[in-house]
Design a protein around this ligand. Structure first.
Ligand code: FES
Length: 357
């Protein structure tokens, strides 16, 4: 019918009745039709049967700009959206999308075409950015609501805003560190002390210092003369009057290892002599028992009379005498370098006793 109209303006042979009310406007409609560019054949409005049909319909829509039939599936919507995006053709029909893919395709198509009426239910109209864009400018301070500001007031407000916007940002002041450090906790201080004491550096330094000290002491000892700290064998024990008859003095037992005995029980002579405190059995030190008037060895029970003769226990012989004499100054002088044994008949030696008159 369109080709016929374009070619000759012949009347349609279709049985559709001509509208009686539009009859006067028919010439104008024909003229408008003649002025339009040739239109590509429009795809039938039947429902497409396959994807090929849908794509063909989309291409035809893209080429000629004709309104396609309403898409029935996601593929239809996508094809229509691509066609709309590429050619900025007519807007998609306002059919309600059936799924999320439909909504997304419609949103992309709207974005590509420069924005259209927001679909109800989409987020573009209700997003914060859109609300911010749509928000009215702030009112100028000091003006009543609803009144129009003057040009000077608006300029002042703009300058004030510009000054505030162009004001350099204040530099951030460094955070002040607390002047006094917090005292460490009790456990932390002990742990810190142990860590310091047991650190390898401290241990190594201590070992080095100890090694140096030991070396210094050894060197000092090497430089000293190798003398034996022994008491001299000769020593004075006082005058004979300090030892009355019948007395056994233990004054020099511990320090010199002798008893000083004044007795007349050996051979009837009143003499003073010095007995060694060494047991003749195995070398223990006997004790003087004044009540029993004997020397008793605690090791194996040997007993000795006051004159030193053994009478009990395993001791094989009497105690030994050491040298004794009257020195030049009248004091008794002991000489431990001299030994006198009774079994050898040495007690008769005058160097083994001092005669008391
Ligand atoms: Fe004195 Fe044996 S050592 S009795």
């Amino acid at each position: 019918m369109a080709r016929k109209q374009k070619a000759g303006g012949a009347e349609s042979t279709s049985p559709e009745p001509a509208p009686p009310a539009d009859a006067p406007a028919e010439p104008a409609a024909e003229a408008a039709t003649a002025a339009q560019p040739p239109v590509a054949p429009v795809a039938p409005a039947d429902k497409p049967k396959s994807t090929s049909d849908i794509l063909a319909a989309a291409r035809a829509q893209k080429a000629g700009g004709a309104a396609p039939a309403a898409p029935k599936s996601t593929t239809d919507i996508l094809a229509a959206a691509r066609a709309q995006k590429a050619g900025a053709g007519p807007a998609a029909p306002a059919a309600k999308p059936g799924s999320t893919a439909d909504i997304l395709a419609a949103a992309r198509a709207q974005k590509a075409a420069g924005g259209g009426a927001a679909q109800p239910g989409t987020s573009s109209a209700s997003s914060p950015a859109a609300a911010k864009k749509a928000a009215p400018p702030p009112e100028i301070a000091g003006l009543p609501a609803g009144s129009k500001p003057s040009v000077e007031a608006m300029l002042k407000a703009v300058r004030t805003g510009d000054a505030a916007a162009t004001e350099p940002p204040k530099p951030k002041l460094p955070v002040k560190a607390s002047a006094a450090p917090k005292p460490p906790a009790k456990g932390e201080s002990r742990r810190s002390f142990l860590d310091t004491v047991l650190s390898p550096f401290v241990i190594g330094f201590t070992a080095l210092a100890a090694w140096g000290a030991i070396g210094s002491l050894a060197a000092a000892r090497f430089m000293m003369p190798n003398t034996v700290l022994e008491l001299p064998s000769r020593f004075k024990i006082g005058s004979a009057s300090d030892y009355p008859l019948g007395m056994v003095s233990e004054k020099y037992k511990a320090s010199r290892g002798i008893w000083v005995v004044h007795t007349d029980t050996y051979d009837g002579r009143n003499i003073i002599y010095a007995l060694s405190t060494v047991c003749t059995h195995l070398g223990c030190t006997p004790n003087w028992l004044d009540a029993e008037q004997k020397f008793k060895c605690p090791c194996h029970g040997s007993g000795f009379y006051v004159n030193g003769i053994n009478f009990e226990g395993p001791a094989p012989r009497p105690l030994e005498r050491v040298g004794l004499r009257v020195s030049e100054d009248g004091q008794l002088e002991v000489d431990k370098s001299l030994k006198f044994q009774e079994e050898l008949g040495q007690w008769t030696d005058e160097k083994s006793f001092v005669q008391v008159s």
